[in-house]
Design a protein. Structure first.
Length: 263
């Protein structure tokens, strides 16, 4: 699996090489009328079958092989590595809730396609409010639930923990001290960036959870992460993954995407 930014680049590159491009959109008369497709339809036309283009399939296979290799080689304790490990190592039968913003993008980018688990997310990629409450609601209907939240999403919905329901939920909090997603966008490095986009909080999510009577621990290695994934989920607990600073993470993600550019 590859990230949304990298996926867009890959798809756009392949589209440019296509022999023909069709667009199907009921809004086509009023929206994006300048599309450059050879054929445009407002509804699905009568379909016909044709042999797959061997060259096209070969390109997709090459992208798939390269991305799998790049993801497998991630060894630095980081947000991409955490996403890979959680997606690969959750036990069969588990339920996974993925919070908005950076976590869902990282699972999409670096997670392994697999079966055996149920996955939930709030509609859309943005919006960090209510994620703890959403995870708790999902956990009420499942025996063993894991959730992956960024630190800001966790802090925004702390009151979701006050009731301490008798349900089985383990929350992984990716703590990069602020809005890490913005460090991967073009405004990174601009004047006032840290104050406006970085939103550093300087708080200890594990200490906060403990103060509310929730079992909590902090980890800083892949070995510790694997141990936490393997433990049976009993009651509500919080595992804070303290990761390198946001700028280092942005540089790592950029370097991973760059490995795809040579194809």
């Amino acid at each position: 699996m590859i990230g949304r930014t990298t996926l867009s680049r890959s798809v756009n590159s392949l589209i440019k090489q296509a022999r023909a491009t069709f667009v199907i959109d009921p809004r086509i008369a009023t929206v994006d009328t300048d599309r450059m497709a050879e054929k445009k339809f407002s509804e699905i036309p009568e379909l016909y079958t044709a042999s797959a283009d061997p060259e096209w399939l070969a390109k997709w296979a090459k992208y798939s092989e390269r991305t799998a290799k790049v993801v497998k080689e991630i060894s630095t304790w980081s947000e991409p590595l955490i996403a890979r490990e959680i997606s690969q190592n959750l036990p069969d039968g588990a339920t996974l809730f993925i919070a908005s913003s950076r976590p869902i993008r990282d699972i999409e980018a670096f997670g392994a396609a697999r079966s055996g688990i149920q996955t939930f997310a709030n509609r859309g990629l943005a919006g960090i409010d209510g994620n703890i409450s959403t995870a708790l609601g999902i956990a009420t209907a499942h025996k063993s639930t894991f959730a992956v939240l960024g630190d800001l999403a966790f802090l925004h919905d702390l009151t979701g923990l006050i009731h301490r329901e008798e349900i089985n939920l383990r929350i992984f909090v990716i703590n990069n001290d602020g809005g890490g997603i913005f460090s991967t966008l073009p405004q990174r490095g601009s004047i006032g960036f840290e104050q406006v986009f970085g939103t550093p909080h300087g708080l200890d999510p594990a200490a906060i959870a403990s103060s509310m009577g929730i079992g909590a621990t902090s980890i800083t290695s892949v070995e510790q992460l694997r141990d936490e994934i393997k433990k049976p989920v009993s009651g509500i607990s919080v595992v804070v993954c303290d990761v390198p600073n946001r700028e280092d993470n942005a540089d790592l993600i950029k370097s991973l995407y760059a490995k795809m550019d040579s194809i």
